[in-house]
Each structure stands twice: as structure tokens, then as C-alpha cells.
Design a protein around this ligand. Structure first.
Ligand code: ATP
Length: 365
């Protein structure tokens, strides 16, 4: 059968999955374009692995449809699919050498011996593991093993590579290095990558678009920056971290602004066009921690909140300052270390938390 390769490559259309009485995926819809790097992210048990398994054909949806280039693939078993969706499995065969591991899928597909050796060697060269071809995989480091697993998947020349927590077995230093290697590979190969991860930093560092899930549903889909800068609901704002959520009561402030007053103090923010917010409504204002400045005195410009320093956390060249307002509301500020070097930040110190009116936005009620 010929397939027309127009429109989105993969469509997940109102897909649900039940295991007996457990609803693993309640309802999920999104599309994946050819060549995209998509990360499925969410807390443990949110249904991200189940979603990936259904894409791979390792599980069948209970409801809804999965379409590849417009054609339903719900019932196609992985091996029946001409669709080369390859599941990158970190588990290697310990009794086989590196090259035999890399060749494994090609052998299953009955690729002749000479050709599969040639292909395997090419991918091993590309991933920098050709020197270990004859070694047992138990004699490799975590990073080398991950490269073998990638070479084994990529040797099948998939159109879409499905990765389930590909970096979770690596130590933090190596994880960061492999992150950029995956990004580079993705860019060079032009293959579609779909990656499940529970790690924010991984998803946000690697993906073109992130799908955030909770309790079997999609909470937000967007480019990392979009999600960081504008969470679409409270779950996302809290889950991605680095946000301050201020509860209060709204009142009109003129000039397209709303004033919010609550235990944190008072602040102005642009009035959203949708939904309409009436005077007296209970609202939640979001201000990203990296958009707040700390000063020792008021300037009369922008939003300014009186606070006290609780503690300061420094990791490398960035600092997180934990503050508390007079009303007992916690506030977090992220700056680079050099930006706050000249501000005294001892515990108990009185400071001003300041941000520009345009930096705040409202969560839907
Ligand atoms: N084969 C199964 N039988 C019964 N319940 C299952 C099965 N697979 C998953 N579940 C349940 O479905 C829900 C979603 O599981 P899933 O593995 O998709 O979550 P996840 O987001 O990938 O979580 P984690 O990050 O912990 O792997 C969980 O409550 C899980 O216990």
C-alpha cells in the first residue's frame, strides 16, 4: 500500500487505555510532525509510558485512534508495521558482543550478514563505539551502553524513534552530555524522536515541543519556552517549577491592568482578554522566579513587595533566594550569582522583590 506523507506524521486522537479497573490513559490527543523532537513529561503514573507503548504497538488503545500518515494503526503489531517506529530499549543482551547487539534487529529483519555488519559498523562509528565492537556489553560504562542501545535502534533506520527514559540509568554528569548528543543526533538525522521522561530539565533541554501529562490527560503542549513563560493551568505552573503563584482579589486598575491584592501584598498585571475577570474575583497571579529582582530599597517603579530573606541556595553560578512576605507568603527568586553579589542577603534581611507589571499573568479560575 502506498501512503501519502502529507499532514502530521502521527495523530493520537482521543486515545484512552484501561487495564481492568485502572484507567492508565483517560483521554489524550496530540499530533507529531515529521522530524519533531517531542517529550512526554509528567509525574509518575500519569500515563506517559502507556501512551508511548500504544504508539509503539506494544499496547492497544481501549478507545480512540492512532494514525500514522493518516492510516489507523491501533491494531497493528510492532512487527507488522511497515511503519518503522523503533523502541529504543536500554536493555542490551549481556551474552552478545557490542557489534552483535547492534546487529540484532537487522538480523531479525533477515538483512544479509555482510550488509548488516557494514551497517552496524557505520552506526557504531557515528556513535563513537566502533572501538568496542568485540567487547561484551558488561565491560562497558553506562554511557557506552547507552550508545550501543542507540546504535542498535538507529541501525534499523527508523522514521520515528521512541525513547523511554533513555538517560535515567546514567549519572548526572553523563546525562547532561548524552542530552546534547541526542539533540545533535536528532538534528543531523532528521528522524522524529518521541521521548518519555519525568525530568523537567531533560524534556525542556531536548524537545521542540513538550507534552505535559497528569492523571492520564494532556495538561499543556508547547515549546519549552512557551510552557515556562505561560503555564496554561495551576498543575503546569507548579509542576514545571520556578514559578511564584500569588492568590488574591482582583480590581480594575485602568490602562488595561488589573490589581491583585492578597496576603502577599498587591501587584498589577495585564488584564487578560479571555476569560473576563470581574472586580472582586479570586485570582491567581503567576510570576516566574527568574523575572523577579531583589533590591535593598523601593524605587517606585513596577511591582514592589516587602519581604525578608529566608535562605539563599547557590548552585554553580545561579542562585535561588527564598523570601517571605510580611503576610507569610513564600516567594522564590532566581538570579545569576553575579547579579546579586552586591545585595546583602543574610537570613532575616529586609529586601524588596520587584518585577515589571508585564511579567505577571493570570491562571484560569
Ligand atoms: N499493565 C498494566 N496493568 C495495570 N495497570 C497498569 C499497567 N501499566 C500501567 N498501569 C497503570 O497505569 C497508570 C499509568 O502508568 P504509566 O506506566 O503509563 O505511567 P508513567 O507516567 O509512565 O509512570 P512512571 O514515570 O512511573 O513510569 C499507572 O497507574 C499504572 O499503575
Amino acid at each position: 500500500m502506498t501512503t501519502t506523507k502529507a499532514g502530521p506524521m502521527l495523530e493520537i486522537d482521543r486515545v484512552a487505555k484501561r487495564y481492568g479497573g485502572t484507567l492508565a490513559v483517560a483521554e489524550v490527543s496530540f499530533t507529531i510532525g515529521k522530524g519533531e523532537f517531542i517529550a512526554l513529561m509528567g509525574p509518575s503514573g500519569c500515563g506517559k509510558t502507556t501512551t508511548l507503548r500504544m504508539i509503539a504497538g506494544l499496547d492497544t488503545p481501549s478507545e480512540g485512534e492512532i494514525r500514522l500518515w493518516g492510516r489507523r494503526i491501533n491494531e497493528d503489531a510492532p512487527w507488522e508495521r511497515d511503519a518503522p517506529l523503533v523502541w529504543q530499549n536500554y536493555a542490551l543482551f549481556p551474552f552478545l558482543s557490542v557489534v552483535k547487539n547492534v546487529e540484532f534487529g537487522l538480523k531479525q529483519r533477515r538483512v544479509p550478514a555482510a550488509e548488516r555488519r557494514k551497517k552496524a559498523m557505520e552506526w557504531m562509528e557515528r556513535l563513537g563505539i566502533a572501538g568496542f565492537a568485540e567487547r561484551g556489553v558488561d565491560q562497558l560504562s553506562g554511557g557506552q551502553r547507552q550508545r550501543v542501545a542507540l546504535a542498535r535502534a538507529l541501525a534499523l533506520e527508523p522514521e520515528m524513534l521512541l525513547l523511554d527514559e533513555p538517560l535515567s540509568a546514567l549519572d548526572p554528569h553523563l546525562r547532561v552530555r548524552m542530552q546534547s548528543e541526542l539533540v545533535r543526533l536528532h538534528r543531523e538525522l532528521g528522524i522524529t524522536f518521541v521521548c518519555v521522561t519525568h525530568s523537567h530539565s531533560e524534556a525542556f533541554a531536548m524537545a521542540d515541543r513538550v507534552v505535559i501529562m497528569s492523571e492520564g490527560r494532556v495538561q499543556q503542549i508547547g515549546a519549552p519556552r512557551e510552557i515556562y513563560r505561560r503555564a496554561s493551568n495551576r498543575f503546569v505552573a507548579e509542576f514545571v517549577g520556578g514559578n511564584n503563584l500569588f492568590s488574591g482579589t482582583a480590581s480594575s486598575a485602568g490602562n488595561g491592568a488589573l490589581r491583585v491584592e492578597g496576603p502577599f501584598g498587591a501587584a498589577l498585571a495585564p488584564r487578560p482578554s479571555e476569560p473576563a475577570i470581574h472586580d472582586g474575583a479570586a485570582v491567581t497571579l503567576v510570576v516566574a522566579a527568574d523575572r523577579i529582582d531583589i533590591a535593598s530599597a523601593r524605587s517606585g517603579i513596577g511591582n514592589e513587595i516587602d519581604a525578608r530573606v529566608v535562605t539563599l541556595e547557590v548552585v554553580g553560578s545561579s542562585a535561588t533566594v527564598f523570601l517571605e512576605t510580611a503576610g507569610g507568603v513564600d516567594l522564590r527568586v532566581q538570579r545569576s550569582l553575579h547579579e546579586i553579589e552586591n545585595t546583602p542577603l543574610n537570613p532575616g534581611q529586609a529586601v524588596i522583590a520587584r518585577w515589571s507589571q508585564d511579567e505577571g499573568y493570570f491562571l484560569p479560575a
